[in-house]
Ligand binder design. Structure first.
Ligand code: FPP
Length: 246
């Protein structure tokens, strides 16, 4: 019996970029050194997605919980984001990349928020690849903010209680309107979701690698995509049903 394989290239990939701190520690350098090196891996991954024809890439750059890290590390990450925005946006725009920031953007200072806003507006018309950067983001936060919007729609009479379904909530999540998440990658050896895209991960294929994020390159992404292409996605059906439907 031939089994239905996932389409060769995932439309939407999400990545938990873990391992910067350990990469730096192995080199007797501060954690911020690892985050800086992680920037190169972000560039490599975007280039690989452009080459492979991936439509959407969602990166976990800063979680709701990361605010609890030592103040100097948070500060170093903030200035890294500012530098990255100042330096990379022109090139990304030139490659047809649309940039979007998702998360509690109100938590950031005005200067950084304005840069994020400007980058989103500048690249809004691009269609080759959408890169979502999750900052001050948590999967639970996303579900809560979508629920609040559902409640507001009910309160103003736009939506009835019996109309609340998965679609009603899904349309109010941060990644609404984008292709569903196909492939969830986590680097750095831990096998957990860590409050990333909890709603969207429901039927995603999971891929965990020991590679530390600063060492992740185009060949690593290719391996993840090849692994994905060998998976059979059943969405609750039997293998036979899937094979007969394709
Ligand atoms: C997790 O590694 C990584 C982060 C919290 C920051 C991710 C940021 C980057 C990769 C910088 C570049 C990003 C953009 C969008 C320009 P960790 O510090 O938890 O590593 P550890 O598990 O080894 O301690």
């Amino acid at each position: 019996m031939t089994k239905a394989k996932a389409p060769r290239v995932p439309r939407h990939i999400a990545i938990v970029m873990d391992g910067n701190g350990r990469w730096a520690k192995a080199r007797h350098r501060p954690r911020s050194f690892g985050h800086n090196a992680g920037r190169r891996a972000v560039r490599e991954t975007i280039e690989a997605c452009l080459r492979e024809g991936v439509q959407v890439l969602t990166l976990f750059a800063f979680s709701s919980e990361n605010w609890q890290r030592p103040q100097d590390e948070v500060g170093a990450l903030m200035s890294l984001f500012v530098r990255a925005l100042d330096k990379e946006v022109d090139e990304l725009h030139g490659h047809g990349v649309r940039l979007r920031f998702i998360g509690e953007l109100a938590a950031f200072d005005d200067a950084l928020r304005e840069r994020m806003q400007a980058a989103m507006e500048r690249t809004a018309g691009n269609e080759r690849l959408q890169v979502n950067i999750a900052v001050s983001y948590g999967g639970r936060w996303d579900i809560v903010q979508a629920s609040r919007r559902v409640a507001a729609a009910v309160a103003c009479g736009e939506l009835r209680v019996d109309e609340i379904d998965e679609a009603a909530l899904g349309q109010r999540m941060s990644l609404a309107g984008l292709p569903p998440l196909d492939l969830f990658i986590r680097t750095g050896g831990e096998c957990r979701i860590s409050n990333f895209l909890l709603w969207q991960v429901a039927y995603a294929e999971l891929y965990f690698t020991d590679t530390l994020w600063p060492d992740f390159d185009q060949a690593c992404l290719r391996r993840a995509i090849e692994d994905y292409a060998r998976r059979e996605r059943r969405y609750g059906r039997t293998g036979e049903q899937v094979a007969n439907a394709s």
